[in-house]
Structure formats: structure tokens, C-alpha cells
Design a protein around this ligand. Structure first.
Ligand code: HEM
Length: 449
């Protein structure tokens, strides 16, 4: 007997909601929440996916019952690129890998990367020119890729950057798992989406395997993540295979730059659209830094910067949705969901729930000021996920976003090119569909707050 699932948006016979979803995923998920409230079932060619829309659901899946919800089979497209890396593995294997990589993300360790973050940003700024027009999304992607490569793998990507950055873009912009789309036709030709995806993957694989081979041959311990992975032994005393090291390395490369780059690009966009917020932020930077480059110790003295970044990731969460598959049956919202149920909960929807946020579509960093006493229920804001699988790179990303913004904004004021279409495109991450064209105006002479 078919289980009774919550109602959801009307779809086409057989195809269900596939085309509506594909046309505009963001509008579709938000529309489903508005129409159905707490929960809705959507169907893709007969396969039901249950979308949950409340903060308490996020707590349930990520914090209270994480072991009953696997992400292994959910992100199949991602798995093709990342293999059995941290993001795409599960169970005991995942826990073991997470323990192994964790030291690279301890507070002290992450703080030691601050210098790399600021130095690479200054290198980029030395190449920028006043009045130039750039794609800030692309610039941030190249910068964050260089930073993660240097901090975690001790490699200087300056020469290879363009090639690697492009390979990541080829993979992300040409997903091969979109049902009923040309993208899912597996023809490995230079002009098909699948072919472009595969070409990107081959470039990345060649790079990462080359790196592993070089490091194994050198036998030196640089104290970075790659050294940790190469020195690690499993419970039977065996070293990791090249494939295992490759999967973890690729995961950290991919997860470690694309999301932060998008967070920064969206923040520049919001600041450009909200000059009053930008002026307030610049005043804070001037008071605390007076034009010098920021250090780790400055971050705690820049609360407005903190609220700006936090608020930007509320409105434009780089990870815009998360999915899980139930291992065993579970009860929620008065329904019994069978084992195998696919569930989805979306930052894009929950970060904009009107009953939680009041003015959900307004960019208002002040809402994060603790003195204002606006209370936000746990589970309503989760740009980094939550529970035992919370983003391992969160401290890295938090520090990086703040340091980069503080460094860049003291030298330039990126201003959106008038009339440029800024369109969020939800893929694995939430990226601007056409990039974000900005003119680099010099930072104004600053007045203290
Ligand atoms: C603004 C930047 C970032 C955002 C919004 C973000 C978001 C997320 C989210 C939502 C998850 C949970 C995925 C899930 O459970 O389904 C996650 C996991 C992960 N992130 Fe991030 N991330 C960011 C930056 C980073 C950085 C800088 C790194 C590494 C240097 C990183 C590495 C990872 C890894 C390895 C996982 C998998 C963790 C696990 O499952 O144990 N992320 N991230």
C-alpha cells in the first residue's frame, strides 16, 4: 500500500513537478511553502520528495536524529566529483575521516591562516585598477581558491589558478544530474554539458593526483592537510590509497572555495545596493583599522562587519538547500514516513520565513545586534548546516569572509554596473547566473563613526 504523504503542488501526469522545479527552483520551493505551510510533497516522475519548512524540522534532521538521515545517496552528482570525501560519505568511515581532518580546522590552526588570507587579497588588490570593470564573483572564486590551496595544501596556484578555477566552474555549471534535461545525456563531447563536466573533472583529477604523487615522492611533512592525509593510517595500520587521499583533497578544494566566494560576491552586491549599510561598515573599519590590514585580533572589534556577513548569508545562503534520505521510518507533522523517504529543507525558504524574520526580504544587518533582543529560534538560520555534520570549514570561512571584506573595502568600493542583471542561480551552490559586474571605485576618504 502506498504511504499517505503530505499534499503538495499539482504537477503533470508522470513528470510531476519536475518542469516547474527546473524552471525556477527558488520560486518553486518558496511558493510551495507559502501554499502548504509546514510541509509539502513534490514529485519527480513518480519519486516523492518531502520538503520541510520549519526550524524545528531542521533541528530534528540535523541535530536530534542525524543518524537516521543519510546524505550519501542524495548528492549523487556531487559524489561523482568528490568520491568518498567528507561531504559525501557516511557512518563510521565518515566519522573516522572527520576526526582525521578536524585538527586542520581547530581555532588556533585556522587563525594561523589569517596571514595567507590577507596576503593573497593584497596581491589581488595590487592588480586591481580604479575605474576597472570586473566580475566580482569570478574574482572572489579565484582568490578563495588560491587561499584554500595555500592554507590547506601548501601550493601556490598563481600559475595554475585560471585553469583550475575554470575546471571547477565547468563542473559546477554543467551538472549532469538534472532529470529531463539535455544535461543528463551522457555524450562526452566538447560542446555537451556532460562533456564539459567530464573535461573539468579530468583537469581536476590530473592536478590532484599529480599533487599527491609529488608529495609522496618528496616525503616531506609540511604540517598541512595533505601531509596529514598521507601520514594517516586506518585501524589496520594501512595507509590511505591515492583514491582516498584524492577524494578528501578534492572535497576540501571544492567545498573550501566555491561557497565562500559566493558569500563574498553576494555581500558586495548587497553593499552596493545599500549605500547606508556600506557607509556604516566603512566607518567601523576606519575607526578600528584606520586603513591598515586587518588581523585575527581585530575581528572581535568589528561587530557590524559580523552582522553584515551574517545577514548576507541569510538572504543569499551559498548552500541554499540540504537533502537527506531516511534510513528508518519516522514520524513528523502527524505523518509516518517510510524508510527511504527523501527529505529536503532549504535555507533559501527557512531564512525567509515571514513569521520568523518579520521583514524577511529586507537586508538589515542590525537584526543581529544582540542589544536589540530580536530572538531567532534555533534551526531558523543554518547557512553552515548543523549537528555532527556541521560544515567543518565554518571557522575558516567565517574568518576568511571578514578578513577579505575588511581588506578590500578599505581600498575599493565595488559598485554594481547600472542595469546589470543579477540573477541567483541555484546549483549545488547559490551563484549569480551571469556573474556580478562591478566597477572598482576607490574607497572614499573615511570619517570615523
Ligand atoms: C560561506 C562558506 C561556506 C558555507 C556556506 C558552507 C556550507 C556548508 C554546509 C551547509 C554544509 C553541510 C552539508 C550537509 O550536511 O548536507 C557543509 C559541509 C562541509 N563543508 Fe562547508 N561551507 C562553507 C565553507 C567551507 C570551507 C571554507 C570548507 C573547507 C575549507 C568547507 C568544507 C566543508 C566540508 C568538508 C563539509 C562536509 C562536512 C561533513 O559532512 O562532515 N566548507 N558546508
Amino acid at each position: 500500500m502506498q504511504p499517505v504523504l503530505p499534499p503538495g503542488p499539482e504537477g503533470l501526469p508522470y513528470f510531476g513537478n519536475a518542469f516547474q522545479f527546473r524552471r525556477d527552483p527558488l520560486a518553486f520551493v518558496r511558493g510551495a511553502q507559502r501554499a502548504f505551510g509546514s510541509v509539502a510533497t513534490v514529485r519527480f516522475a513518480g519519486f516523492p520528495v518531502v520538503m520541510f519548512f520549519r526550524p524545528e524540522h531542521v533541528r530534528y534532521f540535523l541535530i536530534e536524529q542525524p543518524r537516521n538521515f543519510t546524505n550519501r545517496e542524495v548528492a549523487r552528482g556531487l559524489r561523482r566529483l568528490l568520491g568518498d570525501g567528507l561531504l559525501t560519505s557516511d557512518g563510521e568511515f565518515h566519522r573516522q575521516q572527520r576526526r582525521l581532518v578536524q585538527p586542520a580546522f581547530h581555532k588556533r590552526r585556522v587563525e594561523s591562516y589569517a596571514d595567507i588570507m590577507v596576503r593573497h587579497t593584497c596581491d589581488m588588490l595590487d592588480e586591481w585598477q580604479s575605474g576597472a570593470r570586473i566580475d566580482i564573483a569570478r574574482a572572489m572564486q579565484e582568490l578563495t581558491l588560491r587561499i584554500v590551496a595555500k592554507a590547506l595544501f601548501d601550493v601556490d596556484l598563481k600559475a595554475e589558478n585560471a585553469q583550475l578555477g575554470q575546471a571547477f566552474r565547468q563542473v559546477i555549471e554543467n551538472p549532469t544530474q538534472i532529470p529531463w534535461s539535455i544535461a543528463s545525456i551522457q555524450l562526452d563531447l566538447p560542446f555537451t554539458p556532460y562533456g564539459k563536466n567530464m573535461a573539468g573533472r579530468r583537469t581536476l583529477d590530473a592536478y590532484v593526483y599529480g599533487l599527491i604523487t609529488r608529495r609522496r615522492a618528496e616525503g616531506r611533512d609540511t604540517g598541512d592537510v595533505l601531509s596529514m592525509l598521507l601520514a594517516a593510517r586506518d585501524d589496520d595500520g594501512a595507509a590511505f590509497s591515492d583514491t582516498q587521499v584524492r577524494d578528501q583533497t578534492m572535497t576540501l578544494f571544492a567545498a573550501g572555495h566555491e561557497t565562500t566566494a559566493n558569500a563574498l560576491a553576494w555581500t558586495f552586491y548587497l553593499l552596493s545596493e545599500h549605500p547606508a549599510v556600506r557607509a556604516k561598515l566603512l566607518a567601523e573599519l576606519h575607526t578600528v583599522l584606520a586603513g591598515r590590514d586587518p588581523t585575527v585580533d581585530d575581528i572581535a572589534r568589528l561587530p557590524y562587519l559580523d552582522w553584515v556577513v551574517t545577514e548576507s548569508m541569510r538572504l543569499y545562503p551559498p548552500a541554499w538547500t540540504q537533502g537527506r534520505r531516511a534510513i528508518e521510518a519516522f514520524d513528523l507533522e502527524g505523518y509516518t514516513f517510510p524508510a527511504g523517504t527523501l527529505v529536503l529543507f532549504s535555507q533559501w525558504v527557512i531564512h525567509r520565513l515571514p513569521d520568523v524574520w518579520g521583514d524577511p526580504d529586507t537586508f538589515r544587518p542590525e537584526r543581529w545586534d544582540p542589544a536589540r533582543g530580536e530572538s531567532i529560534p534555533s534551526g531558523a538560520y543554518f547557512p553552515f548546516g548543523g549537528g555532527p555534520r556541521i560544515c567543518i570549514g565554518m571557522p575558516f570561512a567565517q574568518l576568511e569572509a571578514r578578513l577579505l571584506l575588511a581588506t578590500i573595502l578599505q581600498r575599493y568600493t565595488p559598485q554594481l554596473v547600472s542595469g546589470f542583471p543579477v540573477v541567483p542561480r541555484p546549483r549545488v551552490t547559490l551563484r549569480p547566473k551571469y556573474g556580478i559586474a562591478m566597477t572598482l571605485e576607490p574607497a572614499p576618504a573615511l570619517v570615523p563613526a
